[in-house]
Design a protein around this ligand. Structure first.
Ligand code: ATP
Ligand code: PAF
Ligand code: BAL
Length: 282
């Protein structure tokens, strides 16, 4: 596995790799866990070469968020990726990604505005911008993203359609199901912030979501179920709930109006200062 940190060697390495066959891109912010590795394994099954990017993107963090504290462990990550048969690790510094004078941004309206977009203003502009840059830098045949970040996936799909980035001209976007711990908690790099006690309390998130989904299926009104879910999370040790909402799985931008279309439950809540997100199908 080669590791490159600037654009010229990235382009040279990619030119060689492309002669052998399709290239898949797995964008990450590092601190890799089994969720990331599921994306890598799926990428390996679909393409001749896998490129993983690790970049803690400052533009998707708000001023009071955890950019400085976000776990960085490039050596350990690099060993994990080597063992998975990854061809290339693209690990640019902030100056390679946003050189002096950098002034551009991508904004995807509608879909970016509710849920995490409302709780983290500007977050999805930062995500869309860096993902478009990664697509342009790597020009992959396909790119893989996790369903854990369902809204992010929807924003990226919308951007890729709107800006003509999709297959066959450019990357096909693949979604990979959420990998969970045995107690149901979704794997996340931010789980590393949790104390032992908080980690035990965090298991209440997927459990309370399952209970809420069962109530909705049994015919209870969605707003009552959402309110009860928030109360359950607060009682279970969460300090606050950013949102707990049912939405249409394929169109997050519109309010819930009919139960005929597939629904999903979306939650973001904080244990201490740690913000966890999850989503599940109804
Ligand atoms: N548990 C998981 N199952 C499947 N995919 C995941 C999981 N966790 C993260 N991913 C995916 O891995 C990619 C990189 O995510 P990222 O590096 O932000 O990891 P993360 O664990 O989600 O970190 P964070 O704690 O910042 O949310 C994204 O496409 C994300 O959806
Ligand atoms: C897609 C991504 C790598 C963009 O920085 C990030 O938002 C993430 O890790 O999910
Ligand atoms: N996995 C989403 C990246 C973020 O929370 O900034």
């Amino acid at each position: 596995m080669q590791t490159v940190t600037t654009l010229d060697p990235l382009r040279r390495a990619l030119a060689v790799m492309r002669q052998d066959g399709p290239v898949a891109l797995v964008p990450t912010m590092g601190a890799l866990h089994e969720g990331h590795l599921a994306l890598v394994r799926e990428a390996r099954a679909k393409a001749r070469h896998v490129v993983v990017s690790i970049f803690v993107n400052p533009r998707q963090f708000g001023p009071n968020e955890d950019l400085a504290r976000y776990p960085r462990q490039l050596e350990q990550d690099s060993e994990l990726l080597r063992a998975e048969g990854v061809s290339l690790l693209w690990a640019p510094g902030a100056e390679a990604m946003y050189p002096d004078g950098y002034a551009s941004s991508v904004s995807v309206s509608g879909i970016s505005e509710g849920l995490c977009g409302a709780a983290r203003p500007g977050h999805f502009d930062g995500v869309a911008t860096v993902v478009l840059k990664l697509f342009n830098q790597v020009q992959p045949d396909l790119a893989l993203f996790g369903e854990k970040d369902w809204q992010q996936l929807a924003v990226i799909r919308r951007m890729a359609l709107d800006l003509d980035l999709t297959s066959p001209a450019a990357a096909a976007i693949h979604a990979v199901p959420t990998v969970r711990e045995r107690d149901g908690l979704a794997l996340s790099s931010r789980n590393a912030y949790l104390s032992v006690e908080q980690r035990a309390e965090a298991a209440c998130l997927p459990r309370a979501m399952d209970a809420a989904i069962a109530k909705l299926r049994a015919g209870e009104a969605h707003m009552a179920v959402e309110d009860a879910l928030k109360a359950d999370l607060l009682a279970g040790g969460f300090a606050s709930v950013d949102y707990a909402e049912f939405r249409h799985a394929e169109d997050l931008a519109i309010p819930l109006e009919s139960r005929d279309k597939p629904l999903r439950l979306f939650v973001a809540a904080r244990i201490g200062a740690t913000r966890l997100i999850d989503n599940k199908p109804v």
